[in-house]
Ligand binder design. Structure first.
Ligand code: AMP
Ligand code: ZN
Length: 432
């Protein structure tokens, strides 16, 4: 099944023409409405009218997460606040979260694109869609919700947490489609086993999993034990939320909705655009977004693009599974986290040393985080109780400011291995 046969199966030549006219329109909109972009264009000596082919995209400036933070909260909006219908923000950041604003049309487009994705996964109006992505500022819950409504399915807006109850309702309501992170799906599976429920025997038949990296082996394992077809969905709050790309029944890469996004792959070091098929950092330009359009947004996600025709009949490019990031962002139980954020809590709020390490692992289906902090010479207290109290305090602050539950362990001075180059801040023991 194809949701929008005209757009999803457009001949590539027509698609490129559409992309160009939308890109030209985008350039005028941001040049005249967003001072940040006007300045960038002017610095490069480019005017919107200079964009005559898709190749001219290369001449345009990039946008980074830092630019979004510098323009917090509304600096990159391209329409007056009166026309913004919705605000979302990414998880895990203090104060300067990354904010996105949607006009009414943006919300409608978002629903449309998630609807396309759900259709690719095989969902239809007859399905009961259990949404266990978090609802709220995070885009996962509402994004999946609107997409499911758009295809005419029955939606169960469960949100995250309350795992025991989730399992019961999955069974009682007879959900046929489950939307959540792959690790949470695994957790639900194990919780069901504990409750004596075999998910494979329930009506559940489709999984729409994303928001964090997972492997094809994990997919196969989940399909087998849960008796479902598991699909990969990709998105990011800055660009829209879930539904930027989704894999079809072929599961040979995620179709990018190229009538709304232009995708490029760059070398993260030199920022040069790489030839077709290369692996590098994904850069996305939102060509239809009104509220907060982004030009050449550096996602930091590492992938490659395949432009060959897919057997499903869609003509859009497919991105391979994300294999990593070109920065040090971690995703722990769905929360985005940078080591520097932990560092600022350790140093500014607690006056601790700057030598620390984040040890990430997976216990069963769930990510665990241990923050090992080296004590400064002379601080190694003989008083076990006092140290334990401080560990608890740091743990609480990490939870409060970053939204992640971590184990905090103080270690003796000089016990963390020094590196000769960049400090090794992350030890990721999860098998990805
Ligand atoms: P957020 O803005 O909090 O939704 O986080 C977006 C980030 O989550 C992306 O930039 C990716 O790093 C990651 N992500 C989202 N979907 C996937 C996916 N299907 N596979 C791997 N990583 C993903
Ligand atoms: Zn396909």
């Amino acid at each position: 099944m194809i949701f929008d046969i005209e757009k999803e199966t457009m001949p590539r030549e027509d698609l490129k023409k559409l992309q160009l006219s939308r890109l030209q329109d985008l350039c005028s909109r941001i040049y005249y409405n967003v001072p940040f972009y006007k300045k960038k264009f002017d610095e490069l000596g480019v005017k919107p009218a200079d964009i005559r082919s898709l190749d001219d995209l290369k001449r345009l400036p990039f946008t980074t997460k830092q630019d979004l933070r510098d323009n917090y909260p509304y600096g990159l909006f391209a329409v007056p606040l009166d026309n913004i219908e919705r605000i979302h923000a990414s998880s895990g950041t203090t104060g300067k979260a990354v904010v996105d604003g949607y006009t009414r049309r943006d919300v409608a487009t978002w629903a449309e694109l998630v609807a396309r994705g759900l259709t690719m996964a095989g969902a239809t109006a007859s399905d009961i869609v259990h949404v266990a992505y978090g609802y709220g500022l995070f885009t996962g819950g509402l994004g999946a919700h609107y997409g499911a409504e758009r295809i005419g399915a029955t939606v169960v807006p469960m949100s995250g947490g309350a795992t025991r109850r989730q399992v019961q309702l999955l069974r009682d309501f007879g959900a046929t489609v489950l939307c959540c992170t792959p690790s949470y799906a695994n957790y639900l599976y194990e919780a069901a086993v504990d409750q004596g429920i075999d998910i494979a025997k329930l009506p559940l038949r489709v999984g729409v999993f994303g928001a964090e990296p997972w492997t094809d082996e994990m997919r196969q394992d989940m399909e087998r034990k849960m008796g479902i077809s598991a699909h990969n969905i990709y998105g990011l709050s800055e660009v829209m939320g879930p539904g930027v790309a989704m894999d079809c029944e072929e599961k040979n890469g995620m179709h990018i909705h190229e009538d709304h996004f232009i995708a490029e792959i760059i070398d993260p070091e030199t920022c040069e655009v790489l030839p077709e098929g290369s692996t590098g950092e994904l850069v996305l330009t939102t060509i239809t977004k009104q509220g907060m359009p982004l030009l050449r947004y550096r996602t930091r996600d590492i992938t490659s693009l395949d432009h060959t025709l897919c057997h499903c009949g869609r003509t859009t490019a497919r991105m391979t599974r994300i294999t990593g990031r070109s920065d040090d962002m971690l995703i722990i139980r769905g929360v985005n986290l940078f080591p520097s954020q932990v560092e600022s809590i350790l140093m500014e709020k607690e006056g601790l040393a700057s030598t620390y390490q984040l040890v990430v692992d997976r216990e069963g289906p769930l990510d665990t985080l241990e923050v090992q902090v080296e004590l400064i010479e002379g601080m190694f207290s003989d008083e076990v109780k006092a140290m334990q109290e401080q560990e608890v305090r740091v743990r609480k602050k990490i939870k409060e400011f970053l939204g992640v539950t971590a184990k905090v362990t103080f270690v003796a001075p000089h016990s963390i291995k020094r590196s000769e180059g960049k400090a090794v801040r992350i030890i990721d023991k999860r098998k990805m």
